[in-house]
Design a protein around this ligand. Structure first.
Ligand code: DP6
Length: 331
């Protein structure tokens, strides 16, 4: 049965990163990764199958989605339509509560919301593993936005990606950390993660193979730090992993340098705060903004310090949240 369906999916922040693919079409990673799901930053998407449409159309934040984005969306929709045994196209509308214009990634929450809303709209009843695999075919990191809390994305070994999916390893209540996003003003048009990964995987960084090996080890160390709720151990692995990813990017030819001056100032601020006793650590994705994980009692003081760094537009405050879910029609 075809019906209109709406889903919300949260954004996620990798604690150990996905940066390197063994398959660029299916978004199969060279290493597993771990992430934390954000509570209220994400994407709300409504999918309405419509027999009168000649093609799929999608509006994102009231603008028509560009052709490159539409190709990825169609890839996910076509898998669903094939399984559902229908050719019917759909009208889609998305609203982001992640500030995309400020350089924060929204593809993870976007494709997780699309996978859930579209599979429901086309009458499929998929479990979390199947949804994660479906979301992954739109954008790799979206595999992790299906689940809530602390999430592990298995790299997998099969060519079809059937064992490359994400699942929750600890729920949000296990360690209810606060998450602060220090948004850096960045005028430069940045290289997308998809393109950056393609450039970096092509083999011009002397660090690339060592980076992938490091990721395999970091996932194990990070999961232990999460289990023990040990911020010192978490800081060592999470910060080390992010810096190693950026070192790999920077040592590419041509280099990928995502940082701005405030990015470096934020790194120093977090390290100073921790040396003064604050329980916090930072990570950085393919951009200039810095995400800080923090024990609740230190969140306010840490947020104030981050906001005082020159060049910071704003500090968003959120916490560990639950995974993708269906909601009543709201867009
Ligand atoms: C640096 O998932 O956006 O945020 O699979 O090509 O869509 P595609 O890439 P994407 O890459 C995310 C890269 C990262 C690290 C991470 O989230 O693990």
């Amino acid at each position: 049965m075809l019906q209109r369906a709406t889903a919300f999916a949260p954004s996620n922040i990798a604690l150990t990163k996905y940066w390197g693919k063994r398959d660029h079409t299916l978004n199969l990673p060279l290493a597993p990764s771990l992430s934390v799901t954000l509570s209220d930053l994400g994407t709300l998407t409504v999918v309405a199958p419509n027999p009168d449409l000649d093609d799929d159309v999608m509006m994102v934040d009231d603008q028509e989605l560009d052709p490159a984005g539409m190709t990825k969306v169609r890839r996910v929709l076509n898998i669903i339509r094939q399984r559902a045994g229908t050719q019917v196209k759909a009208g889609l509308r998305s609203v982001n509560t992640v500030p995309t214009a400020r350089g924060l990634a929204s593809s993870a929450s976007a494709f997780a919301a699309l996978a859930l809303a579209a599979s429901k709209a086309y009458g499929l009843d998929l479990d979390e593993r199947e949804l994660s695999i479906l979301a992954r075919t739109g954008s790799g990191s979206a595999a992790r936005s299906v689940a809530g809390g602390y999430v592990l994305w298995h790299g997998g070994t099969t060519a079809d990606g059937s064992d490359s999916y994400a699942e929750r390893v600890f729920d949000a209540e296990h360690w209810p950390l606060k998450i602060l996003v220090a948004v850096v003003a960045d005028q430069k048009k940045k290289v997308s993660s998809t393109l950056g990964m393609k450039m970096n995987s092509a083999g011009t960084s002397p660090l690339f193979d060592a980076w992938i090996g490091q990721c395999q080890r970091d996932v194990v160390t990070c999961q232990k730090a999460l289990q023990d709720k040990n911020m010192r151990a978490l800081a060592e692995v999470v910060e080390g992993n992010a810096l190693a990813m950026h070192a790999t990017m920077m040592s590419n030819r041509p280099p990928l340098l995502y940082w701005q001056a405030p990015t470096v100032a934020l790194i120093h601020a977090v390290q100073r705060l921790r040396s003064e006793g604050a329980e916090c650590c930072f990570t950085i994705d393919a951009g200039s903004s810095v995400v800080v994980l923090c024990e609740p009692q230190d969140a306010r003081a840490v947020a104030d310090e981050l906001a005082a760094v020159a060049g910071i537009e704003e500090v968003l405050q959120t916490h560990v949240g639950s995974g993708a879910r269906l909601v009543g029609d709201a867009v």
